[in-house]
Design a protein around this ligand. Structure first.
Ligand code: GUN
Length: 286
């Protein structure tokens, strides 16, 4: 039976560590770190995520500025807001909650965030730096996954990591981070042949497909570490991409949904906001 990851405990440790660093930063600089959060539309999941992010910011001592725009807002208006936050010296970090409404080009908006304020690591410059192995702000969910694996004492070097899902938010960046940790990485997606067979060869299996119970126990190698990134709203409540009961019988380590990767994403966002503020201070010679 697998060890079940306790997301709350690690998340609390990361947030308390950030809280101490934020307090030091504020004492030394005489100002608070400021995170701007932009939400466009009424997506219920996004509203919950944003609320939780603002609550976490408050806990660690980061001031948040919240912008809620209606669903019908035109791209130019969102762009103007993001540009003004980019130019505002008092703002350390800018977050645009995804998904944006369909009439807005997401990457065009994300690329308006300067790399040093790009708390989510989604802008083309930060993604490029991540790809080149340069220091950068890396996306929160993927960074959280690395923290989870390390905190569990799982050796990454030389392991076969299989990622199911190739999104810009999770699949691609977690592949790059696992590669940095010297894993052998395979990315699977909807057109992959022999998916079950490839999954069964994984020492580390990351499920990020957005389909409840997509990964079943028979797709998991005995003793594998299974990271479930899925948050699927079903008739039976929130479910991950992994069928938990059958998977937990095969894995040596598994993250539950809810209470696994989700809380870590928010903790890593706080860490990234602190890093943004620190880097901006260094750049300004403060
Ligand atoms: N939507 C789903 N996950 C994320 C995330 O990590 N950041 C942002 N900005 N939007 C998201």
């Amino acid at each position: 039976m697998a060890v079940i990851f306790d997301g709350k405990a690690l998340c609390q440790r990361v947030k308390d560590d950030v809280k101490a660093k934020v307090a030091e930063f504020s004492a030394a600089s005489g100002r608070k770190i400021k995170l701007a959060v932009v939400l466009v539309g009424e997506n219920p999941a996004s509203r919950v995520y944003v609320k939780n992010k603002i609550k976490a910011a408050e806990y660690v001592g980061i001031e948040s500025l919240s912008f809620n725009l209606p669903e019908t807002t035109q791209e130019a208006e969102v762009a103007e807001l993001v540009k003004s936050l980019a130019e505002d010296d008092g703002v350390d970090a800018v977050l645009v909650q995804l998904p944006l409404p369909e009439h807005i080009n997401e990457q065009r908006i994300l690329d308006l965030i300067p790399p040093e304020k790009d708390v989510d690591g989604f802008s083309d410059i930060n993604v490029g730096k991540l790809t080149l192995g340069k220091p950068c702000i890396a996306a929160c969910t993927p960074s959280g996954i690395i923290e989870i694996l390390k905190s569990a004492g799982i050796t990454l070097q030389g392991k076969h990591a299989v990622i199911v899902g190739r999104s810009n938010i999770v699949g691609k960046p977690v592949a790059l981070l696992l590669l940095r940790e010297n894993c052998t990485v395979t990315i699977c997606h909807s057109k992959t042949k022999n998916l079950a067979e490839i999954c069964r060869s994984a020492d580390i299996l990351v499920a990020a497909v957005g389909r409840a119970g997509f990964i079943t126990g028979d797709m998991i190698k005995e003793g594998a570490a299974v990271i479930d990134v899925g948050i699927n709203r079903t008739e039976n409540g929130l479910k991950g991409d992994v069928e938990f009961e059958s998977a937990a019988k095969k894995a040596s380590f598994i993250t539950p949904v809810p209470g696994g990767v989700g809380p870590m994403t928010i903790a890593m966002l706080m860490k990234n906001a602190y890093i943004c503020a620190e880097r901006r201070n260094e750049k300004n010679g403060l």
